[in-house]
Design a protein around this ligand. Structure first.
Ligand code: SF4
Length: 461
């Protein structure tokens, strides 16, 4: 259902006024945006950096900066503890620079329990700014400077979209384009719908305009983002149509998207990928489990059979397409038989790679209340078995690529050893190679010399 509302021009104008007022009092201050979690957070951080730069801050990579925005992730409790640990550490910096402003943004800022914890125990945090209201960053900073105090009172999630925010991209040839926000799916283990609000889609004209501007700017790698891109519904346009419109934009770029929910992934989407060579030959389709009973308890709303039908259809229509997936091992009450279902599914689909997680309880979700008689040792054993199986499949399916030539986009520097560059094939596979860093942002033909479970190893031709 298309129920999107937009932040009014008058409110955005007020943010611009606040930007100017902060800029007027800003004499060479620095700002750092520290990002945790998914690509959606990366995309939000790029916009927060854009706003901070317009307010006159120099963007740095240092948590002693005059403004520190922690763009947090709430998906796992472990990640939350890490964020709180880092905030705890920052109390020392604030003693040295009492004027420093610390803002907790992202998913954690939308959780009531976190708000209470921060209010009582993390007094160094000056403001909370959840994912639905980060466009108010200029107003937030201005209020902190002019009025002092802390801005950590409860705020209802804002169910609107703010268009036209400035952006500082981390890498010039790579861009994230958010096409929608929030999620309506309420998978029983997931906190996202509670902290990112209900689904709302951008206007297709705004999305296509942004893709056109990026392509004209020489951007080669454009990723359309949403918690569930397949339920995009903006201005009467669905996701297959939006993907086609973006792929028809002139320019030399690869179009990718993340994340697809199998219940909404349609033949029409697969046909749209098949029809447009600019769209990556890769579908990340998180299955989560190979047991219908576990899928039902997860509230995923598809069956293993429906999932496999989609995979078969895509393989028929898109030659060479690869699949990747997310899988949760040890969901509450997962029996040996349920787990064997997952093993069989992995053997059947033959993913290029999978992201496997041991289920971890997330307070505030229905799954956290479910009985869970499975021991941690059992879960670890299953996890290891699945990883070993996937490694075997990955290596078997990549081995025939040795000796072949693949076209890649060189997209960054690697921190590991001699193979100093990273690149991606048209299927999105990672390639490690050696070369001049001046090649970053260009296309090249590469001979595959070896393979690992992590990447292809290549040599420039
Ligand atoms: S689709 Fe499910 S797992 Fe994904 S964000 Fe929405 S609720 Fe979470």
């Amino acid at each position: 259902m298309d129920r999107t509302k937009f932040v009014s021009e008058r409110e955005l104008e007020y943010q611009r006024e606040c930007t100017e007022r902060v800029r007027a009092m800003n004499a060479g201050m620095t700002a750092f945006v520290d990002t945790y979690g998914c690509q959606q957070n990366e995309a939000d951080s790029e916009r927060m950096r854009g706003m901070l730069r317009e307010m006159g801050y120099t963007i740095v990579d240092d948590d002693k900066a005059d403004v520190v925005v922690i763009n947090s992730c709430a998906v796992r409790e472990h990640a939350e503890q890490r964020v709180l640990g880092n905030i705890g550490h920052m109390v020392h910096y604030k003693k040295i620079n009492p004027e420093q402003k610390i803002i907790l943004a992202g998913c954690m800022a939308g959780e009531e329990t976190v708000r209470q914890t921060v209010k009582k125990s993390y007094r160094q945090v000056d403001a909370l700014l959840d994912t639905t209201s980060f466009w108010r960053l200029p107003e937030t900073l201005l209020r902190l400077y002019e009025q002092g105090g802390r801005l950590i009172e409860h705020a209802e999630p804002d169910s609107r979209i703010a268009e036209g925010l400035p952006v500082v991209r981390t890498v010039p040839h790579k861009a994230y384009v958010s096409i929608m926000y929030g999620c309506d799916n309420f998978c029983s283990y997931c906190i996202v719908p509670y902290v990112r609000g209900r689904e709302r889609s951008r206007d297709p004209k705004d999305v296509v305009r942004e893709v056109r501007e990026l392509a004209a700017d020489g951007c080669h790698d454009i990723m359309l983002l949403g918690q569930n891109v397949n339920s995009y519904s903006g201005g009467g346009v669905d996701f297959p149509e939006l993907l086609s419109r973006c792929a028809e934009v002139e320019g030399d770029f690869t179009l990718r998207f993340m994340t697809s929910h199998p219940k909404d992934c349609s033949h029409a989407l697969i046909d749209a990928i098949a029809a447009h060579p600019k769209v990556e030959r890769h579908i990340h389709l998180p299955v989560q489990s190979g047991s219908d009973e576990i899928l039902r308890r997860m509230n995923r709303r598809y069956t293993v059979e429906q999932y496999c039908e989609l995979v078969d259809y895509a393989r028929e229509k898109i030659p060479g397409v690869i699949f990747t997936s997310d899988i949760i091992v040890g969901f509450p009450s997962e029996s040996d038989e349920d787990f064997e279902g997952t093993v069989e599914l992995v053997k059947r689909v033959r993913y290029d790679s999978i992201f496997t997680f041991i289920y971890s309880k997330r307070a505030g979700t229905p799954a956290a209340e479910m009985d869970d008689p499975i021991t941690h040792e059992q879960k670890v054993k299953r996890f290891r078995r699945l990883m070993a199986l996937q490694d075997e499949i990955t290596l078997e399916d990549r081995r025939p690529l040795i000796g072949s030539t693949v076209r890649v986009h060189i997209d960054g520097e690697s921190r590991s050893g001699e193979l100093n560059l990273t690149a991606r094939t048209q299927e999105g596979r990672l390639v490690s190679l050696k070369g001049d860093s001046g090649l970053i942002g260009t296309y090249a033909d590469v001979k595959v010399t070896d393979i690992t479970t992590f990447s292809l190893i290549g040599e420039l031709k």
